[in-house]
Design a binder for this molecule. Structure first.
Ligand SMILES: Cc1cc2nc3c(=O)[nH]c(=O)nc-3n(C[C@H](O)[C@H](O)[C@H](O)COP(=O)(O)OP(=O)(O)OC[C@H]3O[C@@H](n4cnc5c(N)ncnc54)[C@H](O)[C@@H]3O)c2cc1C
Length: 552
């Protein structure tokens, strides 16, 4: 059992926290018997730590006797997250994704635990997949509970700063529990900064483990500090995957499970666009829907289980060829060398071109509607632009917390570009008003959005709408600027596939061993299921390429 780094907590003893929606399940005697074959019983003295916020490679602990408090250090004070008693287990999803933990576990009294190293846990759950699913589901739920109570990192900065926005986006895309403290509005901001000796001009800052301060770190620096980033290995791989959205994750799961040494890089976070979707309802096998974040976390755990390695953030900047290998060069100067490369960079949402956007974008304009954005505009009126599924999902989701939702579409038929089930739901949601044949012409407000000007395209009449947040969900552009001149792209910048090489598969580009899948591929269907399907099929074609080229 790795020794936890030192930290002290003096908390009065608390009763066990009730199970919340399956986040704190109790294992059966049989499940504990199975796990005990893979771990060791341990005695932990009263007030001793089992792991500490910031630790990595922690064991998986099951409480056998006594109770363990899981706490978080919030601005100098310990904050209780949960107390676990006999047959409950500790930890969250970071245990399985090789990241640092965002909480500390303290024995309330002398405690007996079962400590199972994570590699051994993987073996144990392969014997009992139901147990594996129980643990994974609880871990994923715990992450969102942690985020809800404000555990994890603190980001302090002005809502008008582009760097504050960048850092908030980065941590929320990576599903890192955090709390955003706005220098302009939160009274406690000044007190925290004073206590830590930070001037307001040094913000945005990220506070980590309650007291470690990172002043306006780059995404890479932050990822390095919190153990998110693993440097890519220098050896040559069978397959390098660029982009960890559904297409790239599917390629990683199928490639690694079929014995290909696989490395995945993503410029921002695993999960891609799908991870920003609050509820995906049209993915096979999930009749009640699944959140994009959960789908992504499950896929990452699955790919890692089969041996795929991840390097995030890592942005591909160029593609070359050295000694017969494809080489992907990353922003930080690192290189990925592989026989085959799968391009799965997806797309990002288009920006608006209207007066007021540059001024108001950092504080009030969003390109996705996740829990995070919903929290920021709770009780406020919001406007959404777009007529596709992402706009429809955002409207239904934001209507739960916003005072009013105005959905602006340029044409007259809500059903034209939106799935029928979603358009029905939008029409039935009382707080959503659809403005058909309209477009947003101007954003109003000095530093923060106060409203938008909407033009009726048939009458030419302008009308002001109150709005404190604007969600722009109006189509996409592919992430292929870095490939221009290296790989054929279509007139909109999507990667062309279907090589002329004999026996090449439909996802291979004209460059041998380089494949493209998912939203970034010219002619693809822009859906989670099709991205996953293409990622999986491309792996078959990678096998064929390796065999034909005599590489395996
Ligand atoms: C809000 C929202 C809701 C949606 N809801 C649904 C739904 O309900 N059902 C459905 O079927 N579809 C839905 N979609 C569409 C679906 O998410 C996409 O079709 C799918 O994610 C495409 O997967 P992908 O892997 O091809 O690309 P993406 O998901 O776009 O992933 C691409 C990844 O590549 C990374 N990347 C980009 N450039 C580089 C680079 N140079 N180097 C390294 N990494 C890079 C990006 O950071 C990103 O993580 C939704 C999309 C959004 C935005």
């Amino acid at each position: 059992m790795p020794t936890p780094s030192s930290c002290e907590f003096n908390l009065p003893e608390r009763p066990e926290t009730p199970d919340v929606a399956g986040a704190y399940p109790r294992l059966t005697e049989e499940q504990i018997m199975l796990l005990s074959r893979y771990g060791m019983g341990k005695h932990v003295a009263e007030h001793a730590l089992l792991f500490c916020e910031g630790d990595r490679d922690c064991d998986f602990f099951v409480v056998l006797d006594g109770t363990v408090a899981v706490v978080h250090e919030a601005d100098g004070e310990p904050m209780l997250i949960a107390v676990h008693g006999p047959r409950r287990f500790l930890g969250d999803v970071s245990l399985l994704t090789n990241q640092t933990v965002y909480s500390t576990a303290v024995a309330q009294r002398d405690v007996e635990v079962l400590a199972v190293p994570v590699d051994r846990l993987r073996e144990a759950v392969s014997e009992d997949p139901e147990l594996g699913d129980l643990i994974l589901r609880a871990f994923i739920l715990r992450r969102s509970l942690q985020a809800g109570v404000g555990a994890g990192l603190r980001i302090i900065g002005s809502r008008f700063s582009a760097d504050s926005r960048r850092l908030r986006d980065f941590v929320s895309r990576n599903r890192i529990p955090h709390r955003w403290i706005d220098l302009e509005e939160d009274r406690e901001a000044e007190g925290i900064l004073r206590r830590l000796g930070i001037g307001p001009e040094e913000t945005p800052v990220v506070i980590w483990k309650g007291r470690n301060v990172l002043r306006n770190p780059s995404n890479g620096e932050l990822a390095g500090a919190i153990g998110l980033r693993a440097m890519p290995e220098r050896r040559a791989h069978d397959m390098a995957v660029v982009g960890a959205g559904p297409a790239g994750l599917a390629a990683a799961v199928y490639g690694a499970s079929e014995g290909l040494s696989t490395v995945v890089v993503d410029a921002v976070a695993t999960g891609g666009q799908a991870a920003t979707s609050t509820q995906i309802e049209n993915y096979l096998g999930f009749p009640a829907g699944i959140s994009g974040a959960e789908l992504a976390d499950r896929a990452v755990v699955q790919a890692r289980k089969f041996g795929a390695s991840f390097s995030v953030p890592g942005e591909a900047r160029s593609l070359g060829m050295v000694d017969g290998y494809n080489v992907v060069r990353l922003g930080g100067g690192e290189e990925l060398t592989a026989h085959a490369v799968i391009l799965a960079m997806g797309v990002s949402y288009r920006r608006l071109d209207v007066p007021g956007l540059d001024r108001l974008e950092p504080a009030s304009v969003y390109y996705a509607a996740t829990e995070n954005e919903a929290r920021l505009c709770k009780g406020d009126p919001v406007t959404i632009i777009g007529g596709g599924n992402s706009a429809g999902q955002a409207a239904v989701f934001l209507a739960r917390q916003a005072a009013a939702v105005n959905l602006v579409i340029r044409h007259g038929d809500l059903y034209r570009d939106m799935s029928r089930y979603l358009a029905d739901r939008v029409s039935r949601t009382p707080r959503v008003q659809v403005w058909r044949n309209c477009e947003v012409r101007e954003l109003v407000g000095s530093a923060k959005l106060s409203g938008v000007v909407v033009r009726d395209l048939r009458s030419g009449e302008d009308r002001p709408l109150e709005a404190t947040a604007l969600f722009v969900l109006i189509g996409s552009t592919p992430h292929t600027a870095w490939l221009r001149g290296q790989i054929p792209l279509d007139d909109k910048g999507f990667v062309r596939t279907g090589s002329a090489r004999e026996a090449a598969g439909m996802y291979e580009t004209c460059r041998p061993g380089v494949f493209a899948v998912g939203d970034v591929r010219s002619g693809s269907v822009k859906r989670v299921a099709s991205a996953v399907g293409e990622g999986a099929i491309a792996v078959r074609q990678v096998h064929d390429f390796l065999a034909t080229a005599g590489r395996r």
